[in-house]
Design a protein around this ligand. Structure first.
Ligand code: PMV
Length: 325
């Protein structure tokens, strides 16, 4: 069987964070989360199952990947092979598109694009909601990259209902400015970080409680298109997630001096009358939720502290899509 179609998935940034698994194997999360899909960062992937190939082969940005990276892809493809009754090996070609410094690869867009391409190549033709439950098992945040706009990942009760749903297209004046503080691979993966936090942080139970309140409130604010409310909840939720890490044993922090500088710059912008709010994930980069119409002004201010190449403006991204080669 051969299939030459490519799938593009856009990355997403959580406004209400996913932090902690209740089932390590199935990637069932402790809490529901909600994100904004971005148009500036995406991955394009093709999968073809070929009888002539011995074992799976994985190219990322045209470079043949080592056994460890290939194994992760193989295990993920096995979910599709099992379902579709396919026994052949696959050739996987994936390209990460990032506007500036390489290395800001996203597991969210990567795993979502791989799920989309495997869906096509295997002939399973799963709808995006079902496909999101597959993407989840590659990387939790990939669940949400199935759709554009604002997307909720419902924690669900089992493998089938822990899935993505679109909350709003985000076709209003909203965007995100990413400040690339450091594009190197993080030393502690999100998988390790969250595991340790759930196991040891005394702040974790309060995080879960307050996150379900934040989620209900942000959904209301999104539907009311109340940008400032969406932003305030986003900033608060992100900081609370990082607080759980500081309470872990050993304590964990992904922040760097420039992350703190970026956060201060956002506060300054706000004081000057531009509504914008920051959030951070399992790394030092800072993402600024803003009105897309203010994004250039925000960039102009940030380049007083950072290089222009470190600042990337994004609008809302689209659903997972098939693209012709
Ligand atoms: O699924 P992962 O391994 O990409 O973990 C994502 C964790 C955070 O980025 C910190 C939060 C989130 O919801 O994306």
């Amino acid at each position: 069987m051969s299939n030459e179609k490519k799938v593009r998935a856009y990355t997403n940034i959580a406004l209400i964070k996913y932090w902690g698994k209740r089932d390590e194997k199935l990637f069932l999360p402790m809490n529901s989360s909600l994100s904004l899909t971005l148009d500036s960062f995406y991955t394009e992937t093709s999968v073809s199952f070929e009888d002539s190939t011995e074992g799976d082969v994985f190219y990322l940005n045209d470079a043949l990947q080592d056994a460890k990276a290939t194994q992760k892809v193989s295990r993920f493809l096995d979910l599709f092979r099992q379902e579709a009754g396919i026994t052949s090996a696959a050739v996987v070609k994936s390209t990460n598109f990032v506007p500036t410094a390489a290395g800001l690869a996203s597991s969210a867009s990567g795993m979502a694009a791989l799920a989309g391409a495997a869906n096509l190549a295997s002939g399973l033709n799963l709808d995006k909601t079902t496909l999101s439950t597959y993407a989840r098992r590659g990387s939790g945040s990939a669940t949400r990259s199935m759709f554009g706009g604002f997307v909720e990942w419902e924690k669900g009760t089992n493998n089938e209902d822990s899935r993505a749903i679109k909350i709003d297209e985000a076709s209003w004046d909203i965007g995100m400015v990413t400040i690339i503080v450091n594009d190197k691979q993080k030393s502690i993966s999100s998988r390790e970080g969250m595991k340790n936090t759930v196991a040891t942080s005394p702040f974790y139970p309060s995080w879960l409680e307050s996150t379900s309140v934040d989620l209900a409130n942000i959904k209301e604010a999104i539907l009311a298109k109340d940008f400032e409310q969406v932003g305030m909840i986003t900033e608060s939720n992100g900081m609370k997630m990082h607080a759980t890490m500081l309470g872990a044993n050993p304590p964990l922090s992904y922040w760097e001096p420039d992350s703190v500088r970026a956060m201060q710059a956002v506060r300054n912008l706000r004081q000057s009358g531009i509504p914008c709010y920051f959030t951070m994930d399992a790394g030092p980069n800072v993402k600024v939720l803003c009105r897309l119409s203010d994004s250039q002004k925000i960039k102009d201010y940030l380049v007083q502290t950072f290089n222009p190449e470190q600042i990337v403006i994004s609008g809302p991204g689209k659903d997972l899509e098939e693209i012709s080669i």
